[in-house]
Design a protein around this ligand. Structure first.
Ligand code: DCP
Ligand code: CA
Length: 417
């Protein structure tokens, strides 16, 4: 919380900074012959994947992230199609966020290539807001050889619309008091929170530009969009007091995965539970935290989903303690199931919750040894991959999951990274 700062500066200065055509931009640093031509990162044209990033030249042909490569090829056969290399993007992302972090600790990254920065009160320190933004843009261009666009406004929502509006390589400040006027003529789709589902719904009600939303009574928007209508109405006026939350301590960590096919293979289910639990615990330990609760996520083959919790009398941080808890919860569910409907398991997941900062004081000697061992294993895996150290329960997972860069490649990949 930054109450003291907010009291002094009732008006905030928020930056939204976003790299332009990020994956393509990185590819161009590696191969300058890609400059100035339509480029698509996502796979080769015959592949079954989707476009991850289309260069601005390719966007002129109607290409954009998310469409199938087949469709992209029909629209723009002469583009350069590149499979892409995620490790490169990750490295550039890390350096990008590193540069931003030099200017303010009040930063919230929203993925690899975009972040909100709360620069309230920093203007006088560096000159003007536009001046700081120009310096950031120059450093990104010189050090990373990619371009960024920056929106500056009194709130996150307006800063975001501004950075999108000035892409590529832009810098746009919406002066205080001008928020609603800036937003009003723009299409509703440019407002964060209005996606491809909401847009047609609002258009059916004759709401086409953001100004239309701003003129609509909030009760009407609530009728159309439910509780979300209030947020949309406020955003359309440029009202948004969401703070830029520095990535602080997590309150909970979880990982889930969907099996390749629904299963009742108990060693596979338990092994996966153990694997997910070890990944969750390792992440918790890197944050220096311990858990007061463990959570089991389970989805049956009929899509019924349950969440079961167990709380610990004292915070725990060992793989064993968490596994024991979720395994107990799982066994109870399986026993009930065996007597009843006998459904198969579709998805399984492990979470740790009510996280607390570890106090460093472990009462039992055995626990301390266990803790040191866990940290040593974490360090080895950090270096050589998860599969470098395997305990009995997860060893046979090798037969069920492919490996990638020393980790098991689970199916719900976005959630199990
Ligand atoms: N990305 C992806 N799949 C999507 C959307 C994005 O893999 N459906 C990846 C590729 C993008 C990166 O994330 O390069 C950043 O996404 P953005 O939405 O910020 O889009 P770009 O950076 O590509 O373009 P823009 O200049 O519009 O920001
Ligand atoms: Ca981007």
């Amino acid at each position: 919380m930054r109450t003291h700062v907010l009291m002094v500066h009732a008006m905030r200065t928020i930056f939204h900074i976003d790299l332009d055509a990020f994956f393509v931009a990185v590819e161009r640093t590696l191969d300058p012959s890609l400059n100035g031509i339509p480029v698509v990162v996502g796979g080769l044209p015959g592949g079954r994947g989707v476009v991850a990033c289309a260069s601005y030249e390719a966007r002129k042909y109607g290409l954009h992230a998310g469409i199938s490569l087949g469709q992209a090829y029909r629209l723009c056969p002469h583009a350069q199609y590149i499979p892409g290399c995620f490790d490169h993007y990750l490295e550039v992302s890390r350096r990008f966020l590193g540069i931003l972090g030099e200017y303010t600790p009040f930063m919230q990254s929203m993925g690899l290539d975009e972040a909100y920065l709360d620069m309230t009160g920093f203007e006088s320190l560096y000159g003007s807001a536009e001046g700081i933004a120009a310096v950031m843009k120059r450093r990104v261009r010189e050090e990373l050889r990619v371009t960024a666009s920056v929106g500056i406004a009194t709130s996150r929502v307006v800063a975001k619309v501004a950075s999108d509006a000035c892409k590529p390589d832009g810098l746009l400040r919406v002066p205080p008091g001008q928020e609603a006027a800036f937003l009003a003529p723009r299409p509703i789709r440019e407002l964060p929170g209005i996606g491809e589902k909401t847009e047609p719904v609002l258009k059916r009600h004759g709401l086409n530009i953001i100004g239309d939303l701003a003129r609509t009574p909030p009760t009407t928007l609530r009728r159309i969009l439910g509780a979300w209508g209030d947020v949309v109405w406020r955003s359309s006026q440029g009202l948004d007091d969401t703070e830029v939350a520095p990535a602080g301590d997590p309150k909970s960590i979880s990982r889930v995965t969907t099996f390749g096919e629904d299963t009742m293979d108990l060693p596979l289910i338990r092994g996966t539970l153990r694997y997910l639990g070890e990944r969750v615990c390792a992440e918790m330990r890197t944050h220096g935290m311990a858990a007061r609760a463990a959570v089991l996520h389970l989805r049956w083959d009929d899509f019924t989903t349950i969440t079961r919790h167990r709380t610990f009398p004292r915070p725990v941080r060992s793989d064993e303690a968490v596994y024991e808890a979720v395994e107990g919860l799982l066994s109870r569910e399986l026993a009930v199931e065996a007597r009843g409907r006998r459904r198969k398991v579709r998805l399984i997941g492990v979470g740790v919750g009510q996280l607390v900062r570890e106090i460093g004081q472990l009462t039992l000697l055995g626990e301390e040894r266990e803790d040191r061992l866990a940290k040593a294993v974490d360090a080895i895996r950090e270096k050589y991959g998860y599969v470098a150290v395997q305990k009995g329960l997860t060893h046979h997972l090798r037969e069920s999951f492919p490996e990638e860069r020393g980790k098991y490649l689970l199916r719900t990949s976005a959630l199990s990274r």
